[in-house]
Design a protein around this ligand. Sequence first.
Ligand SMILES: *[C@@H]1O[C@H](CO)[C@@H](O)[C@H](O)[C@H]1NC(C)=O
Length: 348
Amino acid sequence: MNLTIPRLNLLFLLAWLALLLVTYLNSYDDPSSIFYRESRSYEQRYSRIRAHEADLYLADPPPKQPSPTEEDNKFLCIGIPSINRTTQSFLKHTIGTLVDTLTLEERGGIHLVVLLADRPARKHSAYGEEWLEKVVDEVLVYDDPPAEDEGKVYRKVPFELVEGRERGDGRVENMRLDHSLLVETCMNYGAEYFVLVEDDIVAGRDWFQRLRKGLGYATAMGFGLWLPALIALYFLSGRVSTSRVNPFMWTSHGVREMMNYGCCAQGLLFPKRQLPGVFKLMRYPPYRFPGDMILEGYAGDHGLRKWALDPSVFQHVGFTESSAGPRRAEVWNFSFERMQPKGWLWGS
Ligand SMILES: *[C@@H]1O[C@H](CO)[C@@H](O)[C@H](O)[C@H]1NC(C)=O
């Protein structure tokens, strides 16, 4: 072919248009792009599928496996603090999506604990529900267990936790103390890792495989550098599509080192050896700052490295309830909605 200048121009134009089309199709959910379309990017495509799958699973869950007695089968302990929300409860979908894709063996290595922090506990819509009893290992409540607790999963825990100090009604104080109970429970259980999960997320189908893979990488890196590692599962929101289309940003292990928490981590994972320190931090005053903020300082003071799974394995489906009414949370994981039942549609 004889490439004259007009032909080259035409080729260039076509290539440019093709690139524009790809960018357009690929950037509707990137807030830093001019092609960003808010309504479409907040559409719950994948998370709605996952919620539906959770409902199906919880309608008839398989019988529970006996808890492992040997230490080496205690891989994860998951703690979920929950309070009743006035508009909508997400707890069922959080729990359902965490367990519905696990094999019996994988589920056997996980201890799942929920704290229903309302007082009285029956104010929580999940209290006494059959599905809850069937799928979780422990339900912590601040008052007496329901009469019909056949699975014996409910356990009453003390409300007053710090000697010589009456528990106040501040939001931060109560969140911190609720979290400290879950850290304590999992520390005593003795699992290798503790994961704190908020009660308004849904998990992707492959969250567990991705977590295991990421952990393998992060532990190897941590040991290699002789540094203890504080590992976090974390949300990345915004500035997503640049890393999505940049092949050099792609990793096989799916983990990134984080410089800052930023805010609002919906799921945090800690190795066992960090739990005594994290426990003290959560339990004792001053209660000026929420847990994720003080953890940031803690990690800095102790020279701990933090890692994030990227793309995130959780979506934050909750609403923030403000005086102006409920609205979509600011922490939204755009990439999550691109996941398809069979993997990813575009990019990584
Ligand atoms: C608990 O939450 C549900 C919605 O999830 C709501 O319908 C109910 O009124 C709430 N209960 C209380 C006591 O606030």
